[in-house]
Design a protein around this ligand. Structure first.
Ligand SMILES: NC(=O)c1ccc[n+]([C@@H]2O[C@H](COP(=O)([O-])OP(=O)(O)OC[C@H]3O[C@@H](n4cnc5c(N)ncnc54)[C@H](O)[C@@H]3O)[C@@H](O)[C@H]2O)c1
Length: 442
């Protein structure tokens, strides 16, 4: 299989670890015209690459490997120093397995990093080191601090974390057209144009820890999707409906279901539907003895998020709190399942002096369930509501922002350095106001 045409710029690249990831990376980059040296501690893998052969089945890999070998662009060695001396860029693709206790085992990455560091000290030219092995946030920085700090400080080495998103079985295709491309850099100012040229022009740049977390978040998301589909599948079978068809129809909604919607950290979920319907579904599973631990955990997870927000307000250490927004989301006056409403009741029980600014909330207009909830759980709501934002800000110290019910220029005019903003609404302009600012998850 031939991939893209020859590169405009040719790089010399060493790839450490010739497993499922490293073999594909090495063969693909060589097929693009780069000079690649593979490195592994297993002699048989090195011998196979030097013979132009793939050591495992992966569609397209055998053709890429033999083609790159024939073009004399791909070879392998067990000798780290030789590979480092002959290349300008190194990719680390060694395994990062689980320990017996389930934690991350970095032994292979530690070893290979130590070897690369020693080889780099014997070299005079500048080098780029790119970790592709999956590692928890903080790992790359820890490896630099332990093994490579002198080289980084002397500007002999640039370090990156560039997670790999390929899937076995479609690895070559995934590498040619990555589903996602993000690189974390040790030096936040560094130019990543070489990485964009080698791999993917659309590569995003972040700090190391974000890139490391993004890889884990992606895999956790994939695992959550599989578990979700399987739990909906068990419920479907339990009540005698076709799970495949149910999930097929669910996936047709690309506005709310298969989309970025509901994927922004911020307020706990609420409203008249989500908590009620999750609760009913949980009862259905229990009544049919169907095991759905992930779906059963949703309300508890939401409650934890509510506790986290309450603790943030308590940590702000002022009894005078103003809530901006009371409804469960913007552009509605519905209080059912509202996190702001829940926070108000929690704080009042703890004798906080609570004020609420939300021009859409008019208790005289409440009817039905909203009126019942308000009179039952927040009977003094009318006295808490403030119509004059400037006066309310003067009275309070902690400002919890649930929605954009106020004008940012109005807030800028009346906020002072003594105010502490807790942003639940993901409203970035608030961070530039004269008050102190913290987000619920940022
Ligand atoms: N397999 C996948 O589908 C996949 C996808 C994305 C990311 N990842 C991640 O990529 C990394 C590699 O995964 P893999 O499946 O290719 O692992 P693997 O176990 O197949 O290969 C790892 C290779 O590293 C070699 N190695 C170990 N120590 C070495 C050293 N000191 N010097 C040189 N080589 C050494 C091993 O001999 C082995 O050949 C892991 O962190 C994994 O989580 C894997």
């Amino acid at each position: 299989m031939q991939s893209d045409a020859s590169p405009k710029e040719q790089f010399s690249i060493s790839v450490f670890g010739l497993g499922y990831v490293g073999s594909v990376v090495a063969a693909l980059l060589a097929s693009r015209g780069h000079k690649v040296i593979g490195v592994d501690v297993i002699q048989s893998k090195v011998d196979a690459m030097n013979a132009g052969e793939a050591t495992f089945h992966e569609p397209g890999l055998a053709e890429l490997t033999s083609g790159a070998h024939r073009a004399k662009l791909l070879r392998a060695t067990t000798d780290t120093a030789e590979a480092i001396a002959g290349t300008d860029i190194s990719l680390v693709c060694v395994g990062t397995p689980s320990t017996a206790a389930g934690s991350l085992d970095l032994a292979f990455v530690e070893e290979v990093t130590g070897n690369i560091g020693a080889a780099l000290r014997a070299k005079s030219t500048r080098h780029h080191l790119i970790y592709r092995s999956t590692m928890l946030p903080g790992s790359t920085r820890g490896l630099v601090d332990t093994h490579l700090k002198d080289l980084v400080d002397d500007l002999k080495l640039q370090v990156f974390f560039y997670p790999e998103f390929l899937r076995q079985g479609t690895a070559v295709k995934d590498m040619i057209e990555p589903s996602l491309s993000v690189v974390g850099s040790y030096d936040p100012e560094v130019d990543i144009s070489a990485i964009r040229k080698i791999f993917d022009a659309s590569t995003e740049q972040t700090d190391l820890e974000s890139a490391e977390l993004i890889k884990y978040a992606c895999n956790a998301f994939h695992a959550a999707k599989v578990s979700f589909a399987n739990e909906i599948g068990r419920i479907s079978k339990g009540i005698g409906v076709d799970a495949v068809n149910v999930m097929r129809v669910i996936c047709q909604d690309t506005r709310l279901n298969i989309s970025p919607y509901y994927l922004r950290p911020g307020t706990p979920f609420g409203g008249s539907c989500l908590p009620k319907d999750v609760s009913a579904l949980n009862h259905l599973s229990r009544s049919r003895a169907l095991s759905t631990p992930m779906l059963d955990s949703l309300l508890a997870s939401n409650e934890d998020h509510m506790d986290h927000l309450t603790e943030m307000v308590e940590t702000a250490a002022s009894p005078r709190v103003l809530l901006l927004g009371l409804s469960f989301k913007e552009q509605t006056d519905d209080l059912r399942g509202s996190a702001a409403f829940e926070l108000a009741t929690r704080l009042l029980l703890k004798n906080y002096d609570v004020g609420i600014y939300d021009p859409l909330i008019v208790p005289a207009n409440f009817t039905g369930a909203v009126g019942r909830i308000a009179s039952l759980r927040l009977p003094n709501l009318t006295s808490l509501l403030k119509s004059d934002l400037a006066a309310a800000l003067r009275e309070k110290d902690t400002i919890v922002v649930f929605n954009r019910c106020a004008d940012v220029s109005h807030l800028a005019e009346h906020l002072a350095p003594r105010h502490k903003i807790i942003d639940v609404a993901s409203w970035p302009e608030l961070a530039s106001l004269s008050a102190s600012y913290t987000g619920i998850c940022w």
